[in-house]
Design a protein around this ligand. Structure first.
Ligand code: NAI
Length: 335
């Protein structure tokens, strides 16, 4: 059955990298159909709304969206569109793979294959937990971590590990100091881990995790953690393997999933035709995995790796002189 995907071309370099990504997907001759929807500045200009209802309806209908970066206007009272989407669709699992790729400016061109599973809806990032006193002298942040929220994210990590043949899950926490929130997360994680005897589970305090990631990243397989720690750790992992141009992310819930590049709309290079499409292509690979097409996902990833290995038409951020289009063409030739 044809799977329809909501396609959001986004702002800045978004339309360029989305065109490149759809070109490669089309060449794969998959049973996919695309439904275009607007969000971001382009939607504000066209429809007077950063996130039109028609876009939300499209995601609700199709349950799968491939989204290019969006620009959220700064200092004009707008909430981040990405945060809003996560909240509306309860996309509780932020899944961010970091994989070593050849010929990138990475400190670790081989040996790293880490997936960070970050809780996406609770913890330190809840806007209603933030306040500054009237005199502006005191700021407070209330963090909420629930058993339900912890249970479902840890279970997601173990189920994913089992499904894709991963061997180890590291639970990252700070329960020694943040005894309530991180303590509840760790206690819940232990209960869930006990139900997966086939997968090794270890626990690590977040500060030590950062040091270990820099010194011995090859010891990690799947990491599961709370919102703030996961945000920082997943960027650290992206930095280990060559930066944002190669970092995809998935936001997954019970009733929908949105796949995206981790980087932003890169206004400094928008319209120049030199943006690296790899992060969105890798996000499309995550989408194919999610849709139950692991062979096609592997085919896409292997074509990207082969193109990087051959240094064929790489974009300037990777040290080449190719364009977004010629790089995508080179990947298409290797499918
Ligand atoms: P950015 O990620 O857009 O750019 C940071 C630097 O990385 C720039 O020098 C840019 O040229 C480069 N870069 C990013 N992606 C690239 C690619 N694919 N190929 C080559 N170079 C690339 O971050 P910045 O400048 O902080 O944010 C710009 C806008 O993007 C802001 O409006 C921000 O709100 C938005 N943003 C949107 C996100 C999303 O929709 N998921 C995520 C992060 C930022």
């Amino acid at each position: 059955m044809t799977q329809t995907i909501t396609v959001i071309r986004g702002d800045g370099i978004g339309p360029e990298i989305m065109a490149a990504t759809l070109h490669v997907l089309d060449a794969m001759k998959l049973d996919l159909a695309y439904e275009e929807a607007d969000a971001g500045m382009v939607a504000l200009e066209k429809h007077g709304d950063l996130l039109p209802q028609a876009t939300l309806d499209s995601i609700k209908r199709n349950k799968i969206a491939l989204k290019a970066p969006l620009t959220t206007p700064v200092g004009e009272g707008f909430t981040s569109i990405n945060v809003t989407l996560r909240r509306i669709f309860d996309l509780y699992a932020n899944v961010r793979p970091a994989h070593s790729f050849p010929n990138t400016k990475s400190r670790f061109p081989s040996g790293i294959d880490i997936i960070t599973v970050r809780e996406n809806t609770e913890g330190a990032y809840m806007s209603d937990g933030q306040a500054v006193s009237e005199d502006g002298e005191t700021a407070t942040l209330v963090q909420k971590v629930t058993h339900k929220g912890s249970e479902r994210i840890v279970r997601y990590a173990f189920e994913m590990a089992r499904k894709i043949g991963r061997k180890k899950v590291t639970v990252v926490h700070k329960a020694n100091i943040m005894k309530s929130t991180s303590g509840l997360f760790l206690k819940t994680a232990r209960q869930v881990a006990a139900q997966y005897p086939d997968i090794e589970c270890n626990e690590m305090i977040v500060d030590n995790t950062c040091m270990q990631l820099v010194m011995k990243p090859e010891q990690f397989d799947v990491i599961v953690t709370t919102n703030l720690f996961g945000d920082i750790i997943s960027d650290l992992c992206a930095g280990l393997v060559g930066g944002l141009g190669l970092a995809p992310g998935a936001n997954i819930g019970e009733h929908g999933a949105i796949f995206e590049a981790v980087h932003g709309s890169a206004p400094d290079i928008a319209g120049k035709g030199i943006a690296n499409p790899c992060a969105l292509l890798l996000a499309a690979g995550q989408m194919l995995d999610h849709l139950g097409m692991p062979d096609q996902a592997a085919r896409l990833r292997n074509a990207i790796i082969a193109t990087l290995e051959a240094k064929d038409d790489l974009t300037p951020d990777l040290g080449g002189s190719g364009t977004t289009t010629s790089f995508a063409e080179a990947i298409t030739r290797r499918l």
